[in-house]
Design a protein around this ligand. Structure first.
Ligand code: HEC
Ligand code: HEC
Ligand code: HEC
Ligand code: HEC
Ligand code: HEC
Length: 254
């Protein structure tokens, strides 16, 4: 090859390169548009289709009532003699104060006319409600485990107004199980309370299994990836669930 030929080949290559560059623009652009569209679809549109909302029957104000009862939460949420949890107070408890109208707020009038006067229980929607197959005991956590309500419910006890109840239109489950974040990587039970979140805390606390070396999902995903590329550089991760344990399922399932 003469040096002239080479120069031609190089410049020819360059020309080709330029042509490709001209073609890559739209490709990259449509990739970006496609990516943005699928992110919007997955993070915004999909959750909107998947979840529907209901309003609570009465907009209950925890803050106002805490000031009124001047006590702790156990004025309304207490443990019975047999250790069972009273849950949400019944209408009778409300009537200790609301047997007659006290103020003229719209919500109180609604409470009086629809429920007190009719002696009808208020059909509250429970944000934390688990599916029927799950066994959960407040006594085990609050009395034995000495846990605070905030650990699992966030600051619900300090709210002035009730957020809408959101539920999955396919399974009918409350949104609090999957949580607000679609990525679902949090192990904070106040943000989501899926099986792996319950199991994560149980593994940390050694409930049902001996305490394990537990990691958060991002950490274990990272370590597993590193392990796949360079085996034995990091210690293999131990699962956060108790699923490998015999009979482990029946800690939480009936
Ligand atoms: C210890 C007494 C007491 C108990 C028990 C009680 N309330 Fe109240 N509640 C009050 C007082 C006092 C007010 C303020 C009345 C006012 O000025 O409107 C109030 C106000 C309300 C209002 C109107 C709030 C607003 O934002 O305007 C609603 C609704 C209500 N209560 C629902 C309930 C329900 C439901 C229960 C039962 C779970 C209950 N209350 C139990 C004392 C009580
Ligand atoms: C005057 C009665 C009363 C008192 C006192 C009270 N609550 Fe409640 N609580 C209710 C009623 C009524 C509901 C049902 C409506 C709702 O979801 O807020 C409820 C529901 C709840 C729920 C259920 C949320 C879910 O998943 O559906 C939690 C958690 C809760 N209360 C926490 C607390 C905490 C923490 C305190 C103390 C800081 C407290 N409550 C004090 C009446 C009370
Ligand atoms: C370890 C997590 C955890 C802790 C701590 C906890 N809860 Fe719950 N709570 C739950 C779960 C899970 C449910 C749903 C239970 C079900 O579906 O059977 C629930 C349900 C409820 C309900 C709805 C009630 C019902 O009818 O069963 C109320 C009210 C409530 N919790 C109040 C409280 C209060 C008040 C405290 C603090 C004294 C507390 N919780 C502490 C996890 C927790
Ligand atoms: C933040 C930590 C934590 C979370 C979250 C948690 N648990 Fe627990 N759980 C405990 C601890 C600690 C105990 C043991 C309490 C004791 O006996 O001292 C326990 C005990 C239990 C028990 C009784 C087990 C036995 O052998 O007596 C059941 C059932 C249970 N948990 C179910 C659940 C379910 C279902 C969830 C999720 C909805 C959940 N737990 C979420 C910490 C947690
Ligand atoms: C630490 C408590 C805990 C343990 C242990 C546990 N689960 Fe679960 N499981 C849950 C909770 C809470 C749910 C509901 C929330 C969800 O779907 O993640 C659930 C949901 C499920 C569901 C879906 C049911 C439905 O109606 O949506 C299946 C299937 C299941 N568990 C199987 C198992 C099996 C199999 C094991 C044992 C290998 C096991 N679980 C151990 C807490 C637990």
């Amino acid at each position: 090859m003469s040096s002239d030929d080479k120069a031609q080949a190089v410049s020819g290559g360059d020309m080709e390169g330029k042509d490709k560059g001209g073609g890559a623009g739209p490709v990259i652009l449509s990739f970006i548009i496609g990516l943005a569209a699928s992110l919007v679809l997955g993070w915004v549109i999909f959750p909107q289709l998947l979840y529907s909302q209901k309003q609570q029957p009465i907009d209950f104000n925890h803050k106002l009532h805490m000031a009124e009862v001047g006590e702790d939460c156990s004025y309304c949420h207490y443990f019975r003699e047999d250790g069972s949890f009273s849950g949400i107070p019944d209408l009778y408890s409300c009537m200790e104060c609301h047997s007659e109208l006290m103020g003229d707020s719209e919500e109180e009038v609604r409470l009086y006319e629809n429920y007190v006067a009719e002696e009808r229980e208020i059909p509250w929607l429970v944000y934390a409600r688990q599916p029927d197959c799950v066994f959960f005991s407040h006594a085990a956590h609050v009395i034995m485990g000495e846990m605070d309500c905030v650990t699992c419910h966030g600051h619900h006890g300090e709210t002035e107004s009730l957020r809408p109840y959101e539920y999955n239109v396919i399974s009918g489950y409350s949104r609090d199980i999957w949580g607000k974040s679609i990525a679902g990587l949090s192990n904070d039970p106040a943000k989501r309370s899926k099986m792996d979140v319950c199991a994560h805390c149980h593994a940390l606390e050694g409930v049902g299994v001996p305490t394990q070396n537990v990691e958060n999902p991002v950490e274990s995903l990272f370590k597993e990836t590193v392990n796949m590329i360079w085996p034995t550089t990091v210690t293999p991760t131990r699962g956060t669930s108790v699923q490998t344990h015999r009979d482990g399922c029946f800690v939480c399932h009936k």
